[in-house]
Design a protein around this ligand. Structure first.
Ligand code: ZN
Length: 244
């Protein structure tokens, strides 16, 4: 079984299409979508439509999906995120808002060995950045392989033999620790924040016991023009080319 792992699309249609084209060549059997379909980008409706046609798929919601759907107040967001969430809420059709509001909360099990969450298995909105968070997440996870998003930064936490820690250099392909837990973030499709502006996704191959971490170039200028022309904050366009 090969899982296509995508997260944090953030209404970036150009990035999503580039990732799906690349993933079609790499090959996969089942899609795992870890939340944040919308928010920040200028194409929330088309990105929801494209995402919901992927099958078979297991999907969960992200914090931006909740806020854009109107399930939670945008007041805890920073100014730019709040402005984008309010714009997204106004722009989407009632059908699209319903689709977003109905996305399930993580964590969700993908038997027999995988679990997906947006932030962390113990709290869908928690950011996993360091070993302390990772340790807590591994303890809370009920599956050997736990996939998470939310930070927009690829990361691997594992317990091969001794203490676990983040990989400083993210490899193209990583052999999963035999029998041991692994906590994996494949990065963000629509708004990478690791200073590499290319769209990020992963392919988890349970037969080979590897995770492939893919980066894909896409038409950043087109996504930026859509953001500017939609009247969204200019920073949302600028950060795409900076990868932050
Ligand atoms: Zn996100």
């Amino acid at each position: 079984m090969r899982y296509l792992v995508i997260s944090d699309l953030h209404a970036n249609l150009e990035a999503l299409d580039a990732v799906l084209a690349d993933a079609a060549v790499v090959g996969y059997d089942h899609v795992l979508m870890l939340g944040d379909v919308v928010g920040y980008g200028a194409d929330p409706g088309p990105v929801i439509d494209r995402t919901m046609t992927l099958a078979p798929m297991t999907i969960i919601r992200g914090n931006h999906d909740k806020v854009c759907a109107g399930l939670e107040s945008p007041l805890l967001f920073n100014d730019v995120a709040r402005e984008a969430a309010e714009w997204t809420n106004k722009t989407l059709s009632a059908d699209h808002l319903r689709t977003l509001a109905n996305l399930p909360m993580g964590p969700v099990q993908v038997p027999p060995e995988v679990e997906i969450c947006h932030g962390a298995p113990f709290d869908e909105d928690h950011y996993i950045f360091d070993e302390q968070d990772a340790s807590r997440a591994i303890d809370a996870s009920s599956a050997r392989i736990c996939l998470f998003g939310h930070t927009h930064v690829p990361a691997l936490f594992a317990t091969p033999e001794a203490p676990f820690g983040p990989e400083t250099q993210v490899p193209d392909e990583y052999a999963l620790p035999r029998g041991g837990p692994a906590l994996i973030n494949v990065g963000s499709v629509g708004q990478p924040r690791d200073r590499d502006p290319r769209a990020a996704y992963g392919v988890l191959d349970m037969d080979r016991q590897t995770i492939r971490l893919r980066r894909v170039t896409y038409d950043i200028a087109a996504a930026q023009a859509r953001i500017i022309n939609s009247g969204l904050p200019a920073w949302l366009a600028l950060r795409l080319e900076r990868g932050q």
